[in-house]
Design a protein around this ligand. Structure first.
Ligand code: ATP
Ligand code: MG
Length: 198
């Protein structure tokens, strides 16, 4: 399997670049944010719990999030050529759990693609997305907390994966297709895997 993590602050373009990765590499997309929003929309028990965290811009507790990911992986990802993890891991315990989960299934993580975007641009993108889509956590106050949570809990993963030699830094500002070209070139260099269109 070719398993990659798309890493970056909220609003860094993880969803957009995931869509391109699944098209061009035939990978399976697991977005923890989308999984949770779907539960909220359907009004499940899990959705109610998730909403109480997401609406404030906080993370879902690690134990619960890891359990959810484990379930989704078994239901959807087995037998696929690989997975794009979008929005997971967001903490060191989640990263450790992901490593175990993949090892248990005889596979591993090929690379962590880090979309790097300046803070003011992240803010503007999310405020714009909030206006266009009405996404409930894209409000100025919640955005501010999500960015704080990112710096405290998620950003340390950058150094964690750098030490493991898995981190692939990508400039996430600019034109979507050009950012994707940088990702494809970086992935080829790191893993030897070629994108369908290259
Ligand atoms: P992007 O804008 O790059 O798509 P995002 O950070 O704005 O990313 P999602 O990844 O969709 O948004 O996540 C939305 C919310 O879902 C998070 O703010 C958090 O509350 C919850 N969530 C998603 N993934 C996780 C996770 N791995 N651990 C804990 N909570 C999570
Ligand atoms: Mg997203």
């Amino acid at each position: 399997m070719l398993n990659v993590v798309l890493f970056g602050a909220p609003g860094s373009g993880k969803g957009t670049q995931s869509a391109k990765l699944i098209d061009e590499y035939g990978l399976y997309h697991i977005s923890t944010g989308e999984v949770l929003r779907d539960h909220i929309k359907r009004g499940t028990e899990l959705g109610k719990i998730a909403d109480s965290y997401i609406s404030k811009g906080n993370l879902i507790p690690d134990d619960l999030m890891i359990q959810i990911l484990d379930d989704v992986f078994d239901k959807e990802a087995n037998g696929k050529p690989g997975v794009v993890f979008d929005g997971f891991p967001r903490t060191i315990p989640q990263a450790e759990a992901l490593e175990k989960l993949l090892a248990k299934r005889g596979t591993d993580l090929a690379a962590v693609i880090g979309l790097e975007v300046p803070e003011d641009e992240l803010m503007n993108r999310m405020i714009q997305r909030g206006k266009e889509t009405g996404r409930a956590d894209d409000t100025p106050e919640t955005i501010k907390n999500r960015l704080d949570v990112y710096h405290k809990q998620t950003h340390p993963l950058r150094a964690y994966y750098q030490e493991k030699g898995k981190y692939l830094p990508i400039n996430g500002s600019g034109v979507v297709d050009e950012i994707f070209n940088d990702i494809a070139a970086g992935l080829e260099e790191k893993t030897g895997v070629k994108c369908r269109i290259h």
